[in-house]
Design a protein around this ligand. Structure first.
Ligand code: PLP
Length: 497
């Protein structure tokens, strides 16, 4: 493997040398990943994990006499250790309002491990260049890293080729891209778009806009009282008019996992296409677009330990080949003349202008990091922590959890009788605990439960039972009248749901 030329002082143990090393590693890794067309394996971390398991941390304080999932840390399973992983996230070690931070707002965004931060610093310090059109070393290095990131996304999603992946700003942009390309070309008056009631606004509003333009119909797929998608109603609503079904893999309000494979198979019987919103799924479970038979799959980097402003849309190659350009500019053409323009093949045809190169570098680092972990161990840890939290929250007087569907991942949304959700979030913040309150960009699903606002705690692989204990203890304190301050005015619950 060739070492890239990086013209910078090689002074050991300075922040610069760390950035330089990160950049060297990123370029070397990019070359390797490009060759393999898939993210590297998990051997490196497995060794670390084994060491971590050997040196398991000592028990930590918790709410008395409550059963703890998975022993003292609440999370260790095989090679995966939440405590070990926490050490890699600088933000998790800060204090907020004089308390150690408990970040339970992962549904909105996740924190970034050192490796991602260093990849960004390394890129901007030593690797910064535009891509795809520069005839010099740094342009080639940046292009290799960008394309390696695309290959890593393909590896993460089980896509057969990196060329099936379009870089976008995030899930929202991916959905809008499909609406404005495939949607405009394939929908017309009387066509149906089936949208479950639990969708995030990002997977509803673009379809309403499209329906208005094409005179297609947005048809809601109802929920059962427990929050599950009503599969009988779904089957009844499907018809030859159905051109598109959209569905979130994991709900951002309930954490429920939809039976995407079954829904896709049914939709395909009617010739409908299926778009899966994976925003809340990719950080929590392995995804295989081939197994799901998804036509489109979208996710946001920032919810999977990568930077904001970068995400990806997977599309089946035959669909991608059909998608017309939705934005014009540089990078997406083969030839331009006043007599007409010849467009580049997908995915580049759909990526006009300079992409978020640093974001792609950070995404590559995040995906290499995530896929090097014991993902079964992560899933087991999160499942135990979620059911522990569910049980523990049940002890808080007046607390009602939204939804009781069984298949739930990492999300707990609740109301607390007599307490405005904004006030609950503010009280928790004063205790160093970050949660979200509001409508979670999913007003129809809150309406299903008869509320307009709720509080949401959302977990990630680095959360522990101690943090859940702190959440529950703070809620107990609130309900027993410890908070004497007047509640803040209710907030509408902006983005980030
Ligand atoms: N879909 C779901 C299920 C989400 O939870 C979110 C964000 O919270 C989005 C889509 C939108 O993601 P982004 O704002 O990163 O585009």
């Amino acid at each position: 493997m060739t070492t890239p030329d990086v013209d910078a002082p090689a002074v050991p143990s300075t922040p610069d040398s760390a950035a330089q090393a990160a950049h060297r590693a990123a370029v070397a890794g990019a070359r390797q990943a490009t060759r393999q067309d898939a993210p590297p394996g998990r051997d490196a971390y497995a060794a670390d994990g084994a060491r971590a398991a050997e040196t398991a941390a000592s028990p930590e304080p918790s709410l008395a006499d409550r059963p703890r999932p998975g022993g003292s840390s609440g999370g260790r399973s095989g090679l995966f250790s939440a405590e070990e992983v926490r050490a890699e996230f600088p933000a998790l070690h800060r204090t907020v309002n004089g308390q150690p931070l408990a970040w339970l707002d992962n549904g909105a965004t996740t924190h970034k491990p050192h490796r991602v931060i260093e990849a960004l610093t390394g890129y901007y310090s030593y690797g910064n260049s535009n891509i795809h059109r520069g005839a010099h070393t740094m342009a080639r290095e940046a292009t290799e890293a960008y394309e390696a990131s695309r290959a890593a996304v393909a590896g993460l999603l089980g896509a057969s080729s990196a060329q099936d992946v379009v870089f976008v700003r995030g899930t929202t942009e991916a959905v809008n891209l499909v609406a404005q390309t495939w949607g405009r070309d394939n929908l017309g008056p009387g066509d149906d778009i089936l949208v479950p009631v639990l969708e995030h606004h990002s997977n509803l509003v673009p379809w309403q806009l499209l329906a208005r333009r094409t005179r297609a119909r947005v048809v809601p797929v109802p929920l059962l009282p427990d929050g599950r998608l009503d599969q009988d109603a779904y089957a009844d609503l499907l018809s030859l008019r159905t051109r598109l079904v959209v569905v979130s893999h994991v709900s951002n309000v309930l954490g429920t996992v939809q039976p995407v494979r079954e829904m896709t198979a049914l939709a395909h019987r009617y010739g409908a296409r299926v778009l899966v919103d994976g925003a809340q799924a990719v950080a929590h479970m392995p995804v295989d677009v081939a197994e799901l038979d998804a036509d489109f799959y979208a996710f946001s980097g920032h919810k999977v330990f990568a930077p904001t402003g970068i995400g990806a849309l997977y599309a089946k190659p035959e669909l991608l080949a059909e998608l017309a350009p939705w934005q014009g500019g540089g990078n997406m053409i083969e030839h331009v003349g006043f007599d007409g323009t010849e467009f580049a093949p997908a995915p580049h045809r759909l990526e006009a202008g300079t992409g978020h190169i640093a974001g792609a570098v950070g995404l590559l680092a995040a995906l290499e990091w995530l896929t090097s972990l014991d993902r079964d161990g992560i899933a087991a840890h999160e499942a135990r922590l979620t059911s522990y939290a569910q049980q523990a929250l049940g002890t808080v007087p007046g607390l009602t959890l939204l939804g009781s569907a069984p298949d739930r991942v990492a999300v707990l949304t609740f109301t607390l009788a007599g307490h405005d959700p904004a006030h609950v979030a503010d009280w928790l913040d004063r205790n160093g605990i970050a949660v979200r309150s509001g409508h979670h960009c999913a007003q129809p699903s809150l309406a299903h439960f008869g509320v307009t606002s709720a509080t949401r705690a959302s977990l990630a692989l680095y959360n522990t039972a101690e943090e859940v204990d702190r959440l529950v203890a703070a809620l107990h304190a609130l309900t027993s009248g410890e908070d004497a301050t007047p509640p803040p005015p209710s907030q509408p619950g902006g983005p980030g749901g």
